[in-house]
Design a protein around this ligand. Structure first.
Ligand code: UD1
Length: 429
């Protein structure tokens, strides 16, 4: 297994190009199952999760082609995928594929909507809590699907097609909103989704569905209206920038110090995290090119933050913020409200000298003057990158083990940081 070696203590100075969002790319790729025509996606990041989803789609009979480089493109340009689900030959998504990535469960919506049946393994993914699928199943039931669970598989059937319905989620769920949206796009009649997730990635999926021929209104708000289409067609769409990648590098600069332009970053995707950084004393400037983050020798001030669905502070930046606050000038409080078990980074940060006390869903982080490099273990995607951020600011060598988690969600992480002066390298094997 690869490891990442970091020699910390150097400020970050330069430019980091921001990639397309992983969490938008996955539902956009899955939406291609809704049509027998070609869906073209631009600005797709090169990530292990994207490759895995390609394999899952291949298994259903979907052809995915990746365009070669065109003039003027470099390794920072996103990829273009052409996805054709002309013939769906298999409506089963098997355990050995779905168990590796939770979002692949979302194929269930388009498969049952278009084919009248789907047999999808119950999901796996990052070990950050129990992560049930009841909202997804309730939404599909509301749309008229019969649901059975058999030997670890969810079997959804709607031989006469789905019918528009009123879906009201008891709690905000990004994935269940994606499932409801995709299924409703091919359902007969109108669907009203209440307490929908407002994450920008929902808006990106809705934009693609509209281009494919569905009528979707209100994406980005808590109430979404969908007028289903009898069939959906070809469309082309560019994936929006990755707000979690933007926030992660912003916190890396805040922690290591320096001056970095996050090229292509859009501030409207992460108002809450940028406001937290400003409160901590980090300089945030929004320009036409992107977002410029600067932090001088003064260090950062402590903050109190609670994670919440969008537009609140994202749970996917909680670990990175905690890394940053380990060196704040005072005591911070970070409360996690989305996932009950998302504190695996705490014990690893402690190896670097962080002082963090956990009490239920709240972590109290007492800032220390210095962190010292140590071997640490990556446990999930966002926790892994918090260890990298801390390693960049720690004195001496930090070795991050099990970095395959990072490859799931961060494109060319080491190269992007090396360009800004970090001493970070991957050790194969
Ligand atoms: C998505 C993101 C993930 C992010 C999370 C929250 C992708 C690929 N993943 O995950 O990075 O951390 O949103 O912003 O976009 N829940 C239920 N029943 C359900 C579904 C969810 O109880 O059927 C609960 C979950 O356990 C959790 C909460 O709802 O407590 C929110 O989860 P959800 O928004 O669904 O997360 P994901 O879509 O899995």
């Amino acid at each position: 297994m690869d490891r990442i070696r970091i020699n910390g203590g150097r400020p970050l100075v330069g430019t980091i190009p921001i990639s397309g969002a992983k969490n938008a790319t996955l539902p956009l790729m899955i939406a291609s199952l809704l049509t027998d025509e070609t869906v073209t996606l631009d600005n797709v990041p090169r990530l292990a999760d994207v490759g895995l989803l390609q394999r899952i789609l291949n298994n259903h009979g979907v052809d995915v082609t990746v365009s070669g480089k065109r003039p003027g493109e470099d390794e920072n340009s996103g990829q273009t995928l052409r996805i054709s689900a002309k013939h769906i030959v298999d409506t089963t998504a098997p355990y050995h594929l779905v168990s590796k990535m939770r979002a692949s469960f979302w194929v269930i919506g388009p498969l049952v909507a278009r084919m009248g049946e789907a047999r999808v393994s119950m999901p796996g993914g990052c070990a950050i809590g129990t992560r049930p699928i009841d909202f997804h199943l309730d939404a599909l039931r509301a749309l008229g699907a019969a649901i059975d669970i058999d030997q670890g598989y969810v079997i959804a059937r709607a031989p006469k097609g789905l019918k528009g319905a009123h879906i009201k989620f008891p709690k905000v769920s990004v994935g269940a909103t994606h499932t409801a949206l995709m299924a409703a796009a091919l359902a007969q009649g109108d669907t009203l989704i209440e307490n929908a997730a407002r994450e920008p990635e929902i808006g990106d999926l809705a934009a693609l569905l509209v281009k494919m021929g569905a009528a979707v209104e209100g994406a980005g708000s808590g109430t979404i209206r969908v007028k289903g289409a009898a069939r959906l067609g070809a469309a082309r769409h560019a994936v929006l920038p990755d707000r979690i990648e933007i926030g992660t590098y912003a916190m890396a600069v805040a922690m290591a110090g320096g001056d970095v332009m996050l090229e292509g970053a859009r501030a409207d995707l992460l108002d809450a995290p940028l406001a937290v950084l400003s409160r901590a004393g980090v300089q945030v400037a929004v320009t036409n090119e992107g977002i410029r983050i600067r932090r001088d020798g003064a260090g950062v001030a402590p903050v109190e933050v609670t994670t919440a669905p969008f537009p609140g502070f994202p749970t996917d930046l909680q670990a990175q913020l905690m890394a940053l606050m380990t060196r704040a000038k005072g005591t911070s409080k970070i409360t996690e409200t989305i996932f009950e078990n998302r504190f695996m980074h705490v014990q690893e940060l402690a190896r670097l000298g962080a002082r963090i006390h956990l009490d239920g869903e709240t972590a109290t982080v007492e800032g220390v003057d210095r962190l010292k490099g140590a071997p640490v273990m990556a446990t999930d995607l966002r926790a892994s990158v918090s260890l990298v951020i801390a390693g960049l600011a720690a004195e001496g060598e930090t070795m991050v083990h099990r970095v395959y988690h990072l490859d799931r969600g961060f494109e060319r992480l080491e190269q992007k940081l090396v360009r800004c002066g970090a001493a970070i390298e991957r050790i194969a094997g």
